[in-house]
Design a protein around this ligand. Structure first.
Ligand SMILES: Nc1nc2c(ncn2[C@@H]2O[C@H](COP(=O)(O)OP(=O)(O)OP(=O)(O)O)[C@@H](O)[C@H]2O)c(=O)[nH]1
Ligand SMILES: [Mg+2]
Length: 241
């Protein structure tokens, strides 16, 4: 099997220490391109991304967002732009090095037989490194809660390391998505399942960020608590594109 042509979409907010490390790891794969979607990071991540794009001409694109910031909106803008490119697979990955590019070949290979491949902490072979017990429990609880309410079959519904076959992500009704923050990842997964897409999980070892700050706030957690109920109540909006 030849490796599919892949575009990795990476949303960034204040990731200047992490971005160069991620870029060199991704650029080592000749079939991989990168789109950085920056939300006017005060630490200059956007400018740094421009410099890296010049260095790796033709393989890195930078989207500088000026509208209201947010992870969900960043992904929507990034995906819309990415759909203009003739790639086979689109991937989502965090910039904080929690998502190790070494897993990418296994995720990409799994797109041969699935529309959406989740890099999963919670299937056999998956792991989480350097998370305190409280954070582990929160993530486990969040996944059990989401699965219970939505009946999603995936074990890792909240992770942001995913690969989509191009036609699968193109089929999602992006203009009907309403989540702002991290809940966007759950909403995407729910939409994929409601669409009848083939979803599979590939184990990853998730490593807690070492540099930069977490953006997980109490308002993010509040949105996360209500999201599964909202998704179930409005399921019909995902049925047709
Ligand atoms: N464009 C954009 N990117 C964001 C925003 N918030 C977070 N990100 C990026 O989204 C990815 C995930 O954010 P993290 O802060 O790592 O969130 P997390 O993984 O839930 O939490 P920690 O790993 O504990 O920090 C990272 O690449 C961030 O830089 C945002 O508002 N806009
Ligand atoms: Mg993170």
């Amino acid at each position: 099997m030849t490796a599919p042509r892949a575009l990795v979409i990476v949303p960034t907010f204040n990731e200047r220490d992490n971005l160069p490390i991620l870029v060199s790891a991704l650029m080592a794969y000749p079939n991989v391109e990168l789109m950085v979607v920056d939300d006017k990071s005060p630490d200059g991540t956007g400018q740094l991304a421009d410099d890296l794009a010049q260095k790796h001409a033709g393989r890195i694109e930078v989207l500088h967002r000026t509208e209201r910031p947010g992870l969900g909106r960043s992904y929507i803008d990034g995906i819309r732009r990415a759909l203009e490119r003739p790639v086979d697979v689109m991937c989502q990955m965090d910039c904080d090095l929690s998502h190790d590019p070494k897993h990418l070949p296994a995720l990409l290979a799994a797109t041969e037989r699935a529309d959406l491949v989740i890099g999963s902490r919670y299937v056999p072979g998956g792991a989480v490194v350097n998370w305190p017990m409280q954070r582990r429990l929160l993530s486990r609880f969040a996944n059990a809660y989401i699965r219970g309410v939505t009946r999603l079959a995936a074990h890792d519904c909240t992770g942001g390391y995913r690969c989509w076959r191009r036609e699968a992500i193109a089929a999602l009704p992006l203009d009907r998505f309403t989540s702002d923050g991290y809940s966007f990842l759950v909403e995407m997964l729910y939409a994929a399942a409601a669409h009848g897409l083939r979803i599979t999980e590939v184990p990853i070892t998730f490593v807690e960020r070492r540099q930069g700050e977490s953006k997980l706030t109490s308002s993010v957690l509040f949105e996360s608590a209500s999201t599964p109920w909202r998704l179930v109540a409005t399921r019909s909006r995902f049925r047709s594109p």
